[in-house]
Design a protein around this ligand. Structure first.
Ligand code: RAM
Length: 541
């Protein structure tokens, strides 16, 4: 719902962008550069490892788990006309195309066979009723496909690319002849190259497992762009790109895909030059035009800066520099003479987390200051400070305004909005932007976390910024404890890959009204890989 309102408002903005198209002469070339930077996919064939049976168990994640009850070979010899249903476990999360055979048993085929294949990333997805549909996103995101087999013998490939570990097959109606399902396999794909990192020998086992699950998550999301989730939304989002590129710096060091994504977003910006929050590759590269999210537009600048740091590719950074300037310009349009980002005046989507009720006035003030700082740093590295001469004074002004307006020095905590809401993200963004000193920041985080009504993050995405802020404030032990409890919590609950939304106290949290449509392999969860490697003294000791 929030998303729809924002989309509508954003469309108004793009109309208001005026007749002139920003970067008109560059866009075609930028798209070509994006195309040339498309990474190769690597493939491997994976077979199921077990036949499993679902067990309803209130202590299991979302109430369901699987138990091994047989071998795939038994299924391949069995009359499916009698068995009617089976669930297979592939033993790991996969992204790719599944195929199978049908073989005749007693009689010859005299009619088609109709089968339903349901793919799931986590057990609950295959065991809760999907209909009547209760999610706020499209029912079609669920990975259930009906396949009609007219010819036995040949391999049948299911047309849809799926993301899953578990596969349920059901016979839809009794068949007039006996058959067995045979030779099920999946050609799994990813553009990630080999893992290029190792942990210190002393690294604790739980941290090792957290890191491994993060690397798998990133691996699965790295296709020909950084996807947010290979089940859903299967596309490139700026916020996810930013965190994926930070983890990739250590995990695979594949920089080409980052370059591709930066160019795609630049080429597909609004007429006015604002980077749109998400885009698709097919059938032609295109952005979700009506979805401008200012926080994400600004993070595109940070991604470009981090890319430059990783690669020293000044050609790309200089080529895309005008786009960075535009993003800051777009945000500054809402900053008043008082140095405050005017939240009520800004019709754009300001995404920080999916947690209901989060007030974003304070986080946005911090995010704008941070973007100014990051863009200034980009300019410095490119020798272009003269183009952003006004930034340092503006940063100072916005910081002063932030302290005056949002920081409650008596309580030692940042507040946000008319109700003076205390949220974790209000603290983290004032820390990231240097509005609060290290000591103030540490105190603010501790105060917020100890406040009963504090709004805490509901996604790994938002939790990333909390860990980041803790480390900036020198809260090493707390950062380690929080990271190992949060991501370790998912690992302990059986995560093969990190989940889109996670609240240790609520396994059913969902931004979309129904947990089954959540993505259980979501790129923005991979961020421990970044922290564990960037701060080995904190996490690997
Ligand atoms: C969702 C996806 C994506 C995220 C946006 C804001 O649709 O989960 O990852 O970036 O929201």
């Amino acid at each position: 719902m929030i998303r729809n309102t924002c989309l509508w408002l954003c469309s108004l903005l793009s109309i208001a962008a005026g007749a002139e198209t920003a970067f008109e002469n560059e866009r075609a070339r930028w798209l070509e550069t994006a195309e040339r930077s498309k990474p190769q996919l690597h493939y491997r064939t994976v077979k199921p490892v077990a036949v499993v049976t679902a067990v309803k168990d209130s202590s299991a994640y979302q109430g369901w788990r699987y138990e091994k009850t047989g071998e795939p070979a038994e299924l391949y010899a069995d009359n499916f006309n009698r068995r009617m249903t089976v669930t297979l476990d592939f033993g790991e999360h996969l992204v790719g195309y599944c195929s199978f055979h049908i073989k005749e048993l007693t009689l010859r085929q005299d009619a088609p066979v109709r089968l339903k294949f349901t793919f799931g990333e986590v057990p609950a997805e295959l065991n809760v009723p999907l209909d009547p549909w209760r999610g706020s996103l499209n029912r079609a995101w669920m990975q259930d496909e009906v396949v009609t087999v007219t010819d036995v013998g040949s391999a049948i490939r299911i047309a849809r690319r799926v993301a899953f570990r578990y596969l349920k097959i059901e016979l839809m109606g009794h068949s007039s002849w006996d058959f067995a399902i045979d030779s099920i396999s999946t050609v799994a794909q990813s553009s990630a190259s080999g893992v290029k990192t190792a942990l210190q020998p002393a690294c604790p086992d739980l941290v090792r497992r957290i890191n491994d699950v993060g690397i798998t998550t990133l691996h699965e999301c790295m296709q020909t762009v950084y996807e947010d989730g290979p089940k859903r939304d299967r596309r490139l989002w700026v916020g996810d790109l930013y965190l994926e590129s930070l983890a990739n710096r250590y995990a695979f060091k594949d920089n080409l895909i980052t370059k591709r994504c930066l160019y795609l977003f630049a080429a597909l910006a609004t007429k006015g030059g604002v980077v749109i929050s998400n885009c698709f590759e097919t059938p032609q590269p295109h952005a979700q035009e009506i979805s401008v999210c200012l926080t994400y537009s600004l993070l595109w600048n940070s991604t470009l800066l981090e890319y430059l740091i990783d690669t020293d590719d000044r050609t790309t950074a200089n080529d895309l520099w005008p786009v960075a300037l535009k993003q800051v310009e777009a945000a500054l349009a809402y900053v008043g003479d008082d140095g405050l980002f005017d939240r009520p005046r800004c019709p754009l989507w300001l995404f920080f987390d999916w947690r209901d009720g989060l007030d974003v006035a304070t986080p946005m003030q911090g995010a704008t200051i941070f973007a100014l700082q990051q863009t200034y740093e980009l300019a410095r590295r490119l020798g272009r400070e003269n183009e952003v001469k006004s930034y340092p004074a503006l940063i100072r002004k916005m910081k002063t305004a932030a302290r005056r307006h949002f920081y409650n020095s008596k309580r030692g905590v940042a507040e946000s909005g008319p109700d003076r809401q205390v949220s974790v993200l209000g603290q983290t963004w004032l820390i990231k932007s240097g509005v609060l000193t290290k000591q103030e920041g540490a105190m603010a985080i501790r105060t917020a976390l100890a406040t009963k009504e504090c709004v805490i993050p509901g996604t790994p995405y938002a939790t990333h910024y909390l860990i980041d802020a803790m480390l900036l404030c020198g809260m090493k032990q707390e950062a380690r404890d929080y990271l190992t409890a949060y991501w370790g919590g998912m690992v302990e609950k059986g995560a093969d890959t990190y989940w889109e939304a996670y609240d240790p106290k609520d396994d059913f949290i969902s931004p979309y009204g129904f947990h089954a449509v959540n993505s259980a392999c979501h790129a923005w969860g991979c961020t421990p890989v970044y922290f564990i490697h960037r701060y080995p003294e904190v996490f690997q000791r």
